[in-house]
Write a protein that binds this ligand. Structure first.
Ligand code: SAH
Ligand code: SF4
Length: 353
C-alpha cells in the first residue's frame, strides 16, 4: 500500500500558480511549469516520460518529487450496449471511488465522485449504505476527468459534460470540489467551461446559500425525492436537519439571485413516491419556481427493499407535472447491467473482500 504523507505533492492538486512556484523553488523557469500544465491537461500525457522536451534530469526530479497519479483503475465494466463505462478506482490509501462515462447521442457525460463513501446516509443509496470514508482532494476529483479525457481523446472526442453525482456529497467537500472545477476551467488547460458542470446536492442549506452568493455558472441539482418531511426524512436523514421549507427557501433564493434554473432529482420508488398524489404534492411545492424535474426509476440496492417504478407510472408522473407547467424529464437507468448506480460497484467490491 502506498503511504501518503502530508508533505506529498501531487500534480493534479496544484493550480498553475502553485506549479510555477514549485518549479521556481527548484530553480526551473516558469515556462517549464506551463509546459507541464499543457502536457498534463491538453496533451493528456500518461507519464512524465512522455514530455520529450524536458531534460532527463527534470523528468527524474518530477518522478521523484511530484506524484503523477492517485487513481489506480482496479475494475471496469461496460454496459451491454457499450454506452456506459464504469471504472472503480483505488486511491493511494486503498479507499475506493467510482466514475462513469455515458455516451448520450453526441454527448459524452462523465459522472464523478467527490468523496469516498458518504456521510449522508440516504437509505436507498449504495454509497450512503457504505458510510463515509474520506473527502477527495481537489486533484483526485480533477484526475477522474483527466483519465476519461484521455480515453475520449483516443477516439477523437472530448468530455462534453461533467456531473458531480458519483460517490459522496459534493457540498460536504465544497472547497475541493470548487477548486477542481476551477482547475478544469483553465483556458490554458482542460478549458471545460463552468456551464458544462452540474453539482447534485442532498440539500445542505447553508452551502446552497454560499454557492448562490458566489454566482458561479455551474448548474445545480437538488435531490428531493419527497415533497413532505415525513416521507423525505424516512429516506434522507438530512431532512431532519434541513427540512423542506428551509431547503425550498434556499433554492428560491438561489434561482432569484442567479437567474438560473434549478433541477430537482426524484428517484421513483414503487408505491413510495411514484403515485399521482406524490406528483401533485411535488407540483404544489415547486409551483412558480424556475425549475426542472428529473425523474429516474430507482436503481435497486441490496440493503433497501424499495423497488423501481414501472415505465407507465413514470410517464403518468411526468404527465401530472407537465400538465401543471413543470418541465419533467424521465432519465433512463443507464448501465443498469453494470451496477452503474451510485456506489454500487464499490459496495460490490467491498462485499467480495
Ligand atoms: N450526494 C449527492 C450527489 C451524489 S448522488 C446527492 O445526493 O445529490 C447522485 C444522485 O443519485 C442523487 O440524486 C441521488 O439521490 C441519486 N441516487 C442515489 N441512489 C440512487 C438509487 N439507488 N437509485 C436512483 N437514484 C439514486
Ligand atoms: Fe450521499 Fe447522495 Fe448517496 Fe445521499 S444519495 S447517501 S447524499 S451520495
Amino acid at each position: 500500500m502506498a503511504i501518503k504523507n502530508d508533505s506529498e505533492l501531487y500534480l493534479f492538486d496544484l493550480d498553475l500558480k502553485a506549479l510555477e512556484e514549485l518549479f521556481a523553488s527548484w530553480g526551473e523557469p516558469a515556462y517549464r511549469a506551463r509546459q507541464l500544465w499543457h502536457a498534463a491537461y491538453v496533451d493528456l500525457i500518461q507519464d512524465y516520460a512522455e514530455i520529450s522536451t524536458f531534460p532527463k534530469e527534470l523528468r527524474a526530479k518530477l518522478s521523484e518529487s511530484l506524484t503523477f497519479s492517485h487513481l489506480r483503475a482496479i475494475d471496469q465494466l461496460s454496459s451491454d450496449d457499450r454506452e456506459t463505462v464504469k471504472t472503480l478506482f483505488a486511491l493511494p490509501d486503498d479507499r475506493m471511488i467510482e466514475a462513469v462515462l455515458m455516451h448520450y447521442d453526441v454527448r459524452d457525460t462523465l459522472c464523478i465522485s467527490s468523496q469516498s463513501g458518504c456521510a449522508m446516509g440516504c437509505v436507498f443509496c449504495a454509497t450512503g449504505q457504505m458510510g463515509f470514508k474520506r473527502n477527495l482532494s481537489s486533484g483526485e476529483i480533477v484526475e477522474q476527468v483527466v483519465v476519461y479525457a484521455r480515453v475520449l481523446k483516443a477516439e477523437g472526442k472530448r468530455v462534453t459534460n461533467v456531473v458531480v453525482m458519483g460517490m459522496g456529497e459534493p457540498f460536504h467537500n465544497y472547497e475541493a470540489v470548487m477548486a477542481s472545477i476551477d482547475r478544469l476551467n483553465d483556458p490554458q488547460g482542460m478549458s471545460l467551461g463552468a456551464r458544462r458542470f452540474t453539482i447534485s446536492t442532498v440539500g445542505l442549506v447553508p452551502v446552497i446559500r454560499r454557492f448562490a452568493a458566489e454566482k458561479r455558472q455551474v448548474n445545480l441539482a437538488v435531490s428531493l425525492h419527497a415533497a413532505n418531511d415525513t416521507l423525505r426524512a424516512s429516506m434522507m436523514p438530512v431532512d431532519r436537519k434541513y427540512p423542506i421549507s428551509e431547503l425550498m427557501a434556499a433554492v428560491r433564493e438561489y434561482t432569484q439571485q442567479t437567474g438560473r434554473r434549478i433541477t430537482f432529482e426524484w428517484a421513483l420508488i414503487r408505491d413510495v413516491n411514484d403515485r399521482e398524489e406524490d406528483a401533485i404534492e411535488l407540483a404544489e411545492l415547486v409551483r412558480g419556481m424556475l425549475c426542472h424535474v428529473n425523474v429516474i426509476p430507482l436503481n435497486p440496492t441490496r440493503k433497501y427493499a424499495g423497488q423501481a417504478t414501472t415505465h407507465e407510472r413514470a410517464l403518468a408522473f411526468q404527465k401530472v407535472l407537465e400538465s401543471r407547467g413543470i418541465p419533467c424529464t424521465i432519465r433512463l437507468r443507464r448501465g443498469i447491467d453494470i451496477q452503474a448506480g451510485c456506489g454500487q460497484l464499490a459496495s460490490r467490491a467491498a462485499e467480495k473482500n
